[in-house]
Design a protein around this ligand. Structure first.
Ligand SMILES: [Zn+2]
Length: 221
């Protein structure tokens, strides 16, 4: 076989291989084989990107607590409380790996090239994911806002315990600490205080919670 026919054969074989793989992927998608989908998701770009973002965010939250906030508040707090925050921080945002939260955040922030949901469906799916996250995670001020049966127009904040305020602060500061997350918010604010000042009007908190937040916020990057 001469060189030209060899190259031609090689091109034909690789084209056939690409087409076969493509056909297989289409078949898997159409057949909705859940286990194969999981495999596909594992190697899909957006899934990887979101997984890596979430890992970095969690690591930055843990690191800013360990490196900055914990040393600064250690003399104020007793050992039990510090250990409680250590444990809470170690499981920061674990619920983001729950199916409902995972899919909602993934589709919203890392949209699929050919989404199976409409734009509106993605938005609603994300709202359920965010609601699930708020209701499960005490490090969000929304967790501590009571919606009374009789007074639906007036959400009532309750005091947020200090351990959860500290976790919330570490969460906020994580976006300005450690490895950059490459989100569109990178670089938008120079400090956690600056971000807080721009957003505090929207946060529903008691005076006690706010006092705690403002006591510690300037310690953060
Ligand atoms: Zn959270």
């Amino acid at each position: 076989m001469n060189t030209y026919s060899f190259i031609l054969l090689l091109i034909l074989c690789s084209t056939a291989l690409v087409l076969a793989v493509y056909a297989l992927l289409q078949l898997i998608r159409k057949k909705d084989l859940a286990f194969m989908k999981v495999l596909l998701y594992k190697v899909s770009g957006r899934e990887q990107k979101y997984r890596s973002y979430l890992k970095k965010h969690i690591k930055n939250t843990i690191d800013v607590w360990k490196d900055v906030l914990r040393p600064a508040v250690a003399s104020d707090l007793d050992q039990d409380l510090l250990s409680e925050v250590d444990a809470l921080i170690a499981s920061h945002d674990e619920s983001k790996y729950d199916d409902l939260e995972w899919q909602g955040y993934l589709d919203n922030f890392y949209p699929a090239d050919e989404p199976s949901l409409t734009k509106e469906e993605v938005e609603i799916q994300f709202k359920y994911a965010w609601l699930h996250h708020q209701h499960l995670n005490e490090h969000h001020w929304q967790y501590w806002v009571l919606m009374e049966d009789d007074n639906p127009g007036k959400p009532e904040p309750l005091d947020m315990p200090i351990q959860h305020v500290l976790c919330m602060l570490a969460d906020w500061a994580s976006f300005r600490y450690g490895e950059r997350l490459n989100t569109k918010y990178d670089g938008e604010f120079n400090s956690t205080r600056e971000w807080y000042d721009a957003n505090k009007e929207k946060q529903i908190m008691t005076d006690n919670t706010r006092e705690l937040v403002e006591k510690y916020i300037d310690l953060l990057p």
